[in-house]
Structure formats: C-alpha cells, structure tokens
Design a binder for this molecule. Structure first.
Ligand code: DAH
Length: 340
C-alpha cells in the first residue's frame, strides 16, 4: 500500500520537476517533495510506526526515490543557471574583431602653434629664424646689451646664476648679439625661445616662459619701419584690430625705447588678474638699437641702424586663447592641452 503511494508520489514529483517552466517553479516542486516539511520527509517520520521488516524495505525505497528526485532537481537547476548566464552574456556584446582603439593623436601646444605662425609671418617678410643657448654668458645677456655690471637694470631681472659664472638667460635679447657676431649687417632675424627668471609664481608670472626676439639692421632704419612691422605682427596674431598704446620705455639696449601695450583681451578693458586690473597688457617692448649694442656685435653704428623688439610669447598666447592662468601652460594637464 505504502509502496504504491510512494511510486505515485515519485511519478508526480518527476513530472513536476521535469516540466518546471522556470527556476521558481522548480523551487516550488523541491519544497513540496524534498523540503524539510515536504512529502518525503513526512513519510520518513511515519516509518517509526512500521513493523521492522517493512521499515527496512520502505527505507531503501524512500532513499532511492529521494536520490532520483534530487539528481533530477540538481540537473534542471544547473540547466536554468546556464540559461540565465547565457542570456546575460548574450546581452553583453563584445566584438573581438574590432580594431583596438590605439593611441590618441596628440596636438601641438598653444605656444608651439603661435611660434610657428609667427615664424611663417616673419620668414615671409625676409627674416631668418635663429636660435641661441639657454645657458648664457653674462656678457651676452647683459654687457653686450649695454648693461654694465654696476647698472641697476641687472637687478630688474632676477637672474638664476649657475656655477662658473654662467646664467640662465633672462631674455632672448642675447641672441641679437650672437646673430650680429655671426651674420653681420644687414640683418633680419627673429629668435623665439625659453627664458628664465627667479620670479614669485602667480597667475601671470612663471620662472620659465617664452619670448620672441626680433631685430632688423639696415641703412637708415627708423621708428616708422619699426611701427610698420609691429602693426603687421599684431594684425597677423589677433586677426583683428587691437587697441594699442605706445609709451616711452627704458631698456638699455635701445634708444629711443618704447613699451607697446595692447588692451587686455581677457577682460576687454575694465581690469582683471592678468592685466593686474589696469586694462592694458605690456606685450611688445621695442626701440631703435643702441649704438653701443651694434658695436658689441661688431657693426658700425655710423653706417647701420636698426630696430629690435622682445615679444612676450607666453603672454601673447594667454591673450590669444583667453587663458587666465599662466600655470596651465606647463601643467601637462590633458584637459587643458586637448583644447588646442
Ligand atoms: N629683453 C627685454 C626683456 O626681456 C625685452 C626687450 C625690450 C627686447 C626692448 C627688445 C627691446 O629687443 O628692444 O625685458
């Protein structure tokens, strides 16, 4: 009697387990038959009341049924888990034939961009692009530029002195002297490059920055020639009319000397940290080359004259792109660099 109950129960359980449509239905079937309070457990509890000869036989039978159901349950459970995993992986799409993303193309630094632009402009006007050393002699950096050892203008540029009386050039002007020494007159050169000053660093000062020196030597060169070149320069750079003002400026290597200021392009005039609240930015000091400087370069000032200028390339880049802090330029921050 119990035997047939058991085999009926087994048939029903097997069909429920095999027909379970999903993991939930399978779990319901497991609880009903194999659970702690399920059908098989209940039959087990009643075995105590059986005659000993029945007990052994029913016990064996019960175990066989239990094993059968358990193994069917496990294999169906594994099948559901595999199907769930397949469904998830099917959703996560991975194309192994796609080419790797590769290195991102780099871009030129804004200083390089402007330097190249100016080199193109000046070479089109007959100027040569020349280079000079960043470690200079005091003679090229100061004396030859009409700044003798006792002259207060030496103090105006906080110099990084090196051992054996060399220094990091404080401006690109020494390249004027080297170019005169090497090429003589007539001469048309620009010299872009890195310069160094022992400065307190803030939004508009760095210890390392860039200038572009220019020099033209010929017969009867005047302030009018100088102004023509300075205006061509500014129009090319800003691609629009920029407000400028010319002030007398003192630099020992020019006479007369000028400060050419442009109206601050960051704030447009009212004042901001870049223009030190003045509305104007010193951009282009210039002047006619001092006779002593021509002489230092081995050129006869009675025969030749010239103009020179020292463009603040770093400041120009800041004006052109509206960069409000000089420290961005050497930060190496990709968020900054990728904008150019
Ligand atoms: N060398 C100067 C400086 O760094 C800038 C300068 C002024 C350069 C006048 C020139 C010039 O060629 O004529 O402060």
């Amino acid at each position: 009697m119990l035997d047939s109950t058991l085999s009926e129960l087994e048939t029903r359980a097997v069909s429920l387990i095999e027909a379970a449509a999903d993991a939930e239905a399978l779990e319901t079937a497991r609880v009903e038959f194999l659970g702690r309070k399920g059908s098989l457990a209940n039959i087990g509890k009643d075995m105590g009341k059986m005659a000993p000869e029945d007990r052994a036989r029913v016990g064996k039978l019960l175990n066989a049924v239990k094993q059968n159901l358990e193994s069917r349950y496990e294999s169906r459970k594994a099948a559901f888990e595999r199907a769930a995993l397949d469904a998830r992986l099917g959703g996560e799409w991975l194309d192994l034939t796609m080419p790797a993303p590769g290195a991102r193309p780099g871009s030129l630094h804004p200083l390089t961009l402007i330097q190249k632009e100016l080199e193109e402009l000046f070479t089109s006007l007959g100027f040569a692009v020349v280079d000079g050393p960043e470690v200079e002699t005091p003679w090229h950096n100061f004396d030859a530029l009409n700044i003798p050892p006792s002259h207060p203008a030496r103090d105006a540029q906080d110099t990084f002195w090196l051992e054996d009386t060399l220094l990091l050039r404080t401006h690109t002007s020494p390249v004027q002297v080297r170019a005169m020494e090497k090429f003589g007159a007539p001469l048309r050169i620009i010299a872009p490059g890195r310069v160094f000053r022992n400065e307190e660093v803030d939004a508009s000062h760095e210890h390392t920055f860039y200038q572009l020196e220019g020099m033209m030597i010929d017969r009867d060169v005047s302030v009018a020639h100088m102004l023509y070149f300075m205006k061509s320069l500014l129009t090319a750079i800003f691609k629009k009319d920029v407000e400028v003002r010319l002030r007398p400026g003192f630099f020992p290597f020019v006479e007369p000397g000028f400060e050419l200021d442009i109206q601050c392009l960051i704030c447009g005039g009212p004042g901001c940290p870049v223009c030190k609240q003045s509305g104007w930015v010193e951009l282009l000091p210039c002047g006619l080359v001092h006779p002593n400087v021509l002489r230092s370069g081995g050129i006869d000032p009675d025969e030749w004259s010239g103009f020179a200028f020292g463009l603040g390339l770093t400041r120009l880049v800041m004006m052109r792109y509206g960069i409000d802090d000089i420290r961005h330029l050497a930060s190496g921050d990709l968020r900054f660099l990728q904008q150019f």
